[in-house]
Every structure is written in C-alpha cells, then in structure tokens.
Design a protein around this ligand. Structure first.
Ligand code: ATP
Ligand code: MG
Length: 457
C-alpha cells in the first residue's frame, strides 16, 4: 500500500549508504511446531518491522457529509483509507553504534513524561551499543551558550529520573539560529539528535534536518511530540495529556467542594489549552462536576440573555452552586490584545480565568444576588507532575521508537500513536497547524450532554 506520508531517509541524500545488520537484540521467540506447517521455511522469522509495513490511519464511512463527527478527508468519497509507516526496530540499520554520538534536547514548556522519554531513549541507545550519549541543557539554547556544557547520559544517570516530573536536561524558549545549532552539532560530532518538544520545537527540528541535508551531513534528527494540550495533528494522543487530565480532576474537585460548601458558591478552574480545548473537554467529561466548559474552538457570549453569566444565575437559582472549567485560550476576544510575545515568538495570551471571575463578581453584585466566587489555576502544578502509568507506557514506546527510527536511517521524522498503532510521520505533516476540538464532533456533544450547558450564543 502506498503511503501518503513518505519518510525522508539517509539514502535520499547518500544513495551509496550501505546498511548493516541490526545490533538491536530482539527477544522474539522463534516459531515452534505451531508454525511448522504452512510457515514458509525459507522466510526468516525475526519480528523486526519491515520498511513496507503500514498502519491504517483512518477508514471512515459516513452516510452523509453532515453526519456529526464524520471527518471528511475526501468529500467525493465515502470510504477513505490512509496508510502510515509503522514504527519499530528494523533488521537493517544505517549507523554503526560505535560511530554514533547521540544528543537529546527538550524545548518549550514542561510536560509530564519528559524524563520518561529521555530515560527510554538512553536505555535503547545503549542496547544498540551506543557509548556516546549526551543531553543538551536548557533546550536549543544549550547549543549556543558556552557555559552550558553537554551532560553525559547513561543508564546509570537516567535510571530513576522518571520518578519525578520536569526535565532532567532543563527546557527553554527562544535560542540560537538553525545554522548556529548545526555548526555546534558538526563541531561536537553529533550525528543523532532526539528533539522533545511541541510545534515550535518540531519546526526547529525539521529546519535542523534540512540544514544537515544541505551540508550533506549523515545525521538523523528524530522528534518526539511533547504537547500536554494534545494538539498534534493525526495522533490519537500525545504524552502528558492523560496525566494532565487526571491531575486536573484534583483541581476540579477542589473547586466543586468549595462551590458546594459556600452559599451561592461558584468555582472557576482554568486549564491548559492555548488553541485546543482537549484538556478542558476531557477533564470536564471525566469529573462529572462541571456545569460549564469553555474552550477556544467554541465562541461564547459572556453577557446577554444567552450568555455564560445568565446561565450562572440560573444555576445558582436552581442548584445553589456552579463549577466552570475554562481553557486558557477560550474567549480571547474579551481580553485586551497586548501583542506581547515570548522568547519563541508565541503570542502571550490574556488571562481569561481572571477576567471571567472578575466579570462574574461584578455581574452578581449588579443584580444584587450574593455569590461566593473562587478561582483555581492549577497549570504549573499539572505541568510539573510525573507521568501516570498510561503516559509512562506511551513515553516508553515513543522513546524506543525514536531510537529505532534514527538507526533505520530516517531523519526529519517524529513518532506517534495513530489509530492505536505506533507510527512514524514526516515532521511537516503533523505541525501544519494545531489539532483542535471539532465543535461538531461526538465528543464535544457528549461533553455538552454531560455538563448540561446551552449554546452561549
Ligand atoms: P510548547 O508546546 O511548550 O509551546 P513548543 O515546542 O511549541 O512547545 P516553543 O517555545 O514555541 O515551544 O519553541 C521551542 C523552541 O523551538 C524554541 O527554542 C524556539 O526558538 C524554536 N522554534 C519555535 N518555532 C520555530 C520555527 N518556526 N523554526 C525554528 N525554530 C523554532
Ligand atoms: Mg508551542
């Protein structure tokens, strides 16, 4: 099957590149008598992933283009198939482990699971036989700042790092130019680079990959998508998201207890989600304690007969209390634009949580109804958590697959889970724009059913 997502490979630039047998020891059982009959004896049984293995990305059959939740890839066709390259160890590899110097860098904001991925990359590299493994401190900045020296990594160093959140290597925004980064890589002899970060970091990783090709360097650049917001295209979920949703329950529950214990209590919880409301939506669905969920993808009025504040009044009159979950990127039209940008060039958002809390207090004061408003912003408590069990597994598989991808000779790729299978994507395919909640999706409608909120328009 043809894949729409062809992966860049070292052979594209070095047609003379000769693979060697993999040094990665697969612990597969050879077939026993179960396979004795009918199993072609001349075919080797190994368990490595074939480069032609494909994972079915999506098959959607919808009865009409207006069916809620149907994602229409090709509007003229009711059956759509897309195939993606399967991730995992290959039988032939394009790097000799003794010639590899691997570097790991973590950029952007914190996300539960970063240490788990770092750890697993190091462990897998060692199993291939790589001796030179280093961490680049504080994101891309570590490539230019003379005072930031490489951190030697080994199984011994990373053994217990997953027991705490954050990143062993440190993170940062902004940093040196792409050519400066590649200069440093050349100088230090780095020929495998593992980049953990979000959209911005991946744009950087792809530019590093392009620059290496331009300079004809035999380098593999492999990304591992780190976005707590779960906003990477085509992937089922990204690591840290599950932990974030779980941890958000504690904040929501506190807001609920506060609201229910106060006379006319209203609790606000602001959760992450600059452009995608997945955390807010999933946390609301999971908790069952949210009356109003506000996300960036769905516009809402605050004031007026159909606005959020009127509904809060209704909830206070009928239930006596209310809990609201708002994603950080929701309702930005209500906030003054500052044009301020962070070091990476991302627009600094206004604080919708604070704004909505103040507007609520003002509204109830003006209508003469007492209201006890509380506001919780658990963002930094959630980001700094260690990964939960489900994310721990995801990080482990992604970390291993990142190393397998690099040894297989791919570069400019990223790893992910797609339709429950682990796959590789060319970086540009997944960072064109952030994935967002479809307001017509079944999931958003399930969320509305669960909160009981009306349309605030
Ligand atoms: P987060 O989800 O935490 O925002 P991110 O990877 O998007 O993660 P950014 O701060 O936007 O975080 O970017 C991280 C790094 O990537 C920074 O060092 C930044 O300079 C670099 N970067 C961002 N955008 C680009 C780009 N378009 N091209 C090259 N490098 C970029
Ligand atoms: Mg970003």
């Amino acid at each position: 099957f043809e894949s729409r997502f062809n992966l860049p490979h070292l052979k594209d630039v070095f047609p003379d590149a000769v693979p060697i047998p993999s040094t990665f020891c697969l612990r597969m059982r050879t077939p026993t008598e179960d396979f004795a009959e009918g199993y072609p004896s001349d075919e080797k049984w190994h368990g490595y992933i074939n480069n032609n293995d494909r994972v079915l990305l999506k098959v959607i059959h919808y009865s009409s283009p207006t069916s809620a939740g149907a994602q229409c890839i090709d509007p003229d066709c009711t059956w759509v198939e897309q195939w993606v390259h399967r991730a995992g160890p290959r039988e032939e590899i394009y790097f000799r482990p003794e010639e590899v110097k691997a570097a790991i860098v973590t950029c952007g904001g914190l996300c539960p699971g970063l240490n788990d991925v770092i750890r697993q990359i190091v462990i897998t590299l060692e199993i291939y036989g790589v001796k030179k493994i280093v961490g680049i401190p504080f994101g891309y900045r570590g490539f230019s700042d003379e005072e930031l020296t490489e951190m030697p990594l080994s199984r011994k160093v990373v053994q217990n790092v997953h027991l705490s959140g954050g990143s062993l290597l440190g993170v940062s925004r902004g940093g040196p130019s792409i050519s400066e980064i590649v200069d440093t890589m050349e100088k230090r002899g780095i020929n495998m680079l593992f980049v953990l970060g979000g959209n911005g970091t991946h744009a950087g990783a792809n530019a590093i990959h392009d620059e290496c090709r331009k300079r004809r360097l035999r380098v593999a650049v492999v990304g591992v998508p780190k976005t707590i917001d779960n906003d990477i295209l085509l992937m089922d979920k990204t690591f840290g998201f599950d932990t974030a949703v779980e941890e958000a329950q504690r904040a929501i529950n506190s807001a609920y207890i506060e609201a229910h214990s106060a006379y006319h209590g209203i609790g606000f919880v602001k959760l992450m989600g600059r452009s995608s409301g997945y955390i807010a939506m999933h946390a609301s669905l999971a908790s069952g304690q949210i009356d109003i969920c506000l996300i960036p993808e769905v516009p809402f009025h605050l004031h007026g007969p159909h606005g959020v504040l009127s509904h809060l009044k209704y909830l206070i009159e009928t239930k006596g209390s209310a809990v609201v979950c708002v994603a950080e990127g929701a309702g930005q039209k209500y906030l003054e634009k500052t044009n301020a940008k962070d070091a990476s060039g991302n627009i600094v958002l206004g604080d919708i949580g604070v704004h909505i809390q103040q507007e609520t207090k003002k509204f109830f004061r003006e209508i003469g109804v007492p209201a006890d408003v509380k506001y919780i912003d658990p963002t930094y408590m959630i980001r700094a958590c260690r990964a939960n069990a489900s994310d721990g597994i995801l990080c482990t598989v992604l970390g291993q697959n990142a190393v397998h991808g690099a040894f297989a000779g791919y570069s400019g790729i990223t790893v992910g889970i797609c339709n429950t299978h682990y796959v590789y994507f060319p970086i540009p395919e997944v960072i064109q724009y952030p994935r967002s909640v479809d307001p017509n999706s079944r999931m958003w409608h399930r969320c509305l059913t669960s909160t009981g909120q009306p349309d605030f328009i």
